[in-house]
Design a protein around this ligand. Structure first.
Ligand code: CA
Length: 222
């Protein structure tokens, strides 16, 4: 049974979506704040997120940008705003699809089925030596044992995996994981990479996979 997280702050829509999705055989969790959504997603595994662009505590576009730093789970955006710019921005920010309120129940269910079919599985995992990362499940293992990473550590590791064998500069990592305003602060990356090595490398002082390119950045090698 697929699990859907609904981020929506309007009580009538919350109950409409809950009833509709449960009646269609999905497991549903609902929250009205973006930060609660992050907490749910880091603690449980979901198959899809329905995201309202106007949440209680943050703008849905900002939520999407932050979420895409550590997850590739399908996100279907729900919004009352029907401007082309909003749609394009949401897609650029990493939404997989977009539906404008008011929408019909059948249309919503059809979009969800398409996303679950094309994106939800099979999950694609990357491996490097005995380190494995599964972006759909937001799961990292070393020799098949789960390792808990912070959001920033996870985002750096995912970026390294997506660019295996290539050098990533300090500033490329900073702008992707922290944001443009943090470039030229390589010490942030250094601290997090040291933590990643502690958690993932069998000898963190002499890493075999997360290698330093002196004065430049890092490279992930098998
Ligand atoms: Ca709203």
């Amino acid at each position: 049974m697929a699990k859907i997280l609904v981020l929506e702050d309007s009580p009538p829509l919350q109950s409409f979506l809950k009833t509709l999705l449960q009646a269609s055989g999905y497991q549903v969790s609902i929250c009205d704040k973006g930060l609660d959504g992050f907490a749910y997603l880091s603690e449980q595994s979901f198959d899809l997120v329905l995201l309202d662009l106007g949440l209680l505590d943050m703008d849905g576009q900002d939520w999407l940008i932050e979420y895409r730093q550590w997850s590739t789970l399908p996100v279907l955006v729900l919004s009352a705003r029907d401007g082309e710019v909003e749609k394009v921005t949401a897609l650029d920010n990493g939404a997989n699809d977009y539906i404008t309120k008011p929408f019909s129940a059948n249309e919503l269910l059809a979009r969800i089925r398409v996303l679950l079919r094309t994106q939800g599985h099979p999950s694609i995992a990357f491996t490097c030596g005995n380190i494995k990362i599964d972006p759909q499940k937001h799961l990292v293992t070393v020799a098949a044992v789960e390792v808990k990473l912070t959001k920033k550590e996870y985002a750096i590791l995912l970026m390294l995996f997506q660019n295996k064998d290539k050098v990533l500069t300090h500033n490329a990592i900073l702008s992707h994981v922290w944001g443009e305003q943090y470039i030229n602060r390589p010490e942030y990356v250094r601290v997090h990479v040291a933590q990643l090595r502690q958690k993932l490398e069998s000898n963190p002082a002499n890493p075999k996979h997360i290698l330093t390119e002196p004065a430049v950045g890092y490279r992930l090698l098998d």
